[in-house]
Structure formats: structure tokens, C-alpha cells
Design a protein around this ligand. Structure first.
Ligand SMILES: [Zn+2]
Ligand SMILES: [Zn+2]
Length: 258
């Protein structure tokens, strides 16, 4: 987290479904600032159980429970890597009965093992990533295109599988080439994986502060031939994507001032 960047959270609207991938600390604040209605979230899909990816989950459930004048009735589905269900049950037990059994709606907890999960009009693919604890990467297949999200990972063939010819890939890129570490990617590693996968467009994310001191895009482009940018808070991507991408496909929504 820096003044400019909050922790991991990616909102996806697929038809009438409103989904969050990860909900790290600062995510609730950013959702409200973005003008999105967090009370309407249907599903939260967590990559792994590190605080920068899950911390605002309880604040979200709290908001759905206790916002005066609002009564949530539709179910809330919470999905995560193997071990998530028991983790959440324990966390909720410490918080209070409301966190597991809200008064006006039901929470469904689901562990996602590697594989394919049909979701009606779209499909969720789950792959294990290479990180310091159980971590999933995800890919959405929809009638208007495909999108992959790595969560946190080091270099791994599973990343190549997940990003194989994907229309839009959101790939972690935590540390500069000069300062790489296990379980995370540098720009050169990210570029090589994206090139091997034939990923069509690449968005770099999950920057530790030193990443804003280096030209990550230039370093990636030494290994990867596709479109590549750094993620910014409030960035919006609309499918189907144009070729080449234009300002309608990828834009930055100004946060609401009020
Ligand atoms: Zn992590
Ligand atoms: Zn992380």
C-alpha cells in the first residue's frame, strides 16, 4: 500500500453478477470511492489468505449486516483456496455470530481446488500458484472474452497454463529485477511467462514500493511482445476488447469527490 495504491481487489461485472477477486486492506474505501455499490456484491473469490488480499472481507460482511436502512437478502458466496472455509469459520467465530450467520442473508463458503467450475453464462478456471501458502490463480471465460488473474506467484508453468492465449491477463509483478524474491515475480520473469503463454494483453499489478522507481513496462517488453501496462487504482477495462485497445477499453475512472 502507498498513498497512490491500495491492496489487491479487482471488481468484475459479468452480466448482472458482481464479483470481487480479492479484497485486501483499503478495498472497501476504494470501492466506495469508485462509486460501485458494495451492497450488491454477489461473490468474493480470494486468491490466498494473506492480509493484503483478504483483510477487508470482514468489513464487507459487516457493512452488509449493519448498514442502517439496508437489508441484504441475496446470498453472499465466499470462495477461496483450499483451507479457506475453515479459516473463515475461525475468523468469523472471533468476530461474532453475525460474521458467519447474518440475520437477513446467508453466507456460503466454498474451497476451490484446481479445476473448472461452471457459473452459468461464464466459467471459472482455478490453478494452484507458486506462493508461500496455498494460493490460487483464476481465469474467467465469458462469451465476450477471457481474463486471467494470478494472485501472488513466483515463476511457474501453472502461470503459463492459466494465461495461455488469454485476452487480458492481470499478473503480479512485485519486485524489480535487481531485487527478486521467492513466491513473487520481477518484470523480466513476468514478461517471460506472458510471452510463453501467448497472453494477448498484460496488466502488471501487486507492486511493492520499489516497483514505482523502475520502468517495469520497459523491462517486461524486453521479453514480451504484447500490449503491457501497469495497473492503477480505479482503472476500468471493458469487454469485448478492441484490437488495438483504445481509450474506451481501458480507462481510469475518476474517484468520486463527495
Ligand atoms: Zn501473498
Ligand atoms: Zn500479496
Amino acid at each position: 500500500v502507498t498513498r497512490r495504491r491500495s491492496c489487491a481487489c479487482y471488481a468484475a461485472e459479468i452480466g448482472s453478477e458482481f464479483i470481487l477477486f480479492d479484497v485486501g486492506f483499503g478495498a472497501m474505501r476504494r470501492l466506495v470511492e469508485s462509486g460501485m455499490d458494495h451492497t450488491q456484491i454477489d461473490r468474493v473469490i480470494l486468491s490466498h489468505l494473506h492480509p493484503d488480499h483478504i483483510n477487508d472481507l470482514i468489513p464487507l460482511v459487516m457493512a452488509l449486516n449493519f448498514t442502517p436502512g439496508f437489508r441484504r437478502e441475496k446470498d453472499l458466496i465466499l470462495m477461496g483456496p483450499p483451507g479457506f472455509t475453515s479459516f473463515y469459520a475461525e475468523w468469523a467465530r472471533l468476530m461474532g455470530e453475525w460474521a458467519l450467520h447474518p440475520e437477513s442473508f446467508s453466507i456460503h463458503l466454498i474451497d476451490l481446488a484446481p479445476g473448472t467450475t461452471p457459473m452459468g453464462r461464464w466459467t471459472l478456471l482455478t490453478r494452484p500458484m507458486n506462493h508461500s501458502r496455498a494460493a490460487n490463480g483464476y481465469r474467467i471465460e465469458t462469451p465476450v472474452g477471457s481474463l486471467a488473474y494470478s494472485g501472488d506467484t513466483g515463476p511457474d508453468d501453472q502461470v503459463v497454463e492459466l494465461f495461455k492465449t488469454v485476452d487480458f491477463g492481470i499478473l503480479e509483478c512485485s519486485f524489480p529485477d535487481s531485487n527478486g524474491t521467492d513466491g513473487h515475480l520481477t518484470p523480466s520473469e513476468a514478461g517471460k511467462l506472458a510471452e510463453r503463454a501467448g497472453c494477448k494483453r498484460l496488466l502488471l499489478t501487486h507492486f511493492y514500493p520499489p516497483m514505482d522507481q523502475v520502468n517495469a513496462v520497459e523491462q517486461v517488453e524486453m521479453h514480451y511482445r504484447g500490449w503491457v501496462r501497469k495497473a492503477e487504482d480505479f482503472m476500468q477495462i471493458s469487454f469485448p476488447l478492441s484490437e488495438p485497445l483504445n481509450s474506451r477499453d481501458v480507462r481510469r475512472a475518476d474517484p468520486r469527490a463527495d
